[in-house]
Design a protein around this ligand. Structure first.
Ligand code: ZN
Length: 67
């Protein structure tokens, strides 16, 4: 009987790259730490974007900034 030697293949949610789902991949289901951070970053971005209006914010800070 073989233990779990054949890794499952999953898709990296960020770049859609095929990733082996194995204990050797600490970033699963992502292909790399970079993709993991990108995904977390986009989540944070979206939750931050809902309450405020980024373009209004940009205009305001632009007027307040003397440079
Ligand atoms: Zn990826």
């Amino acid at each position: 009987m073989e233990p779990d030697t054949t890794p499952r293949i999953v898709m990296c949610p960020t770049c859609k790259e095929r990733v082996k789902w194995s204990a050797k991949n600490p970033h699963r289901p992502f292909c790399s730490d970079r993709c993991r951070l990108i995904d977390l970053g986009s989540w944070a971005d979206e939750s931050n974007r809902i309450p405020g209006n980024p373009s209004d914010d940009d205009l305001l800070s632009g007027e307040l900034d003397p440079s």
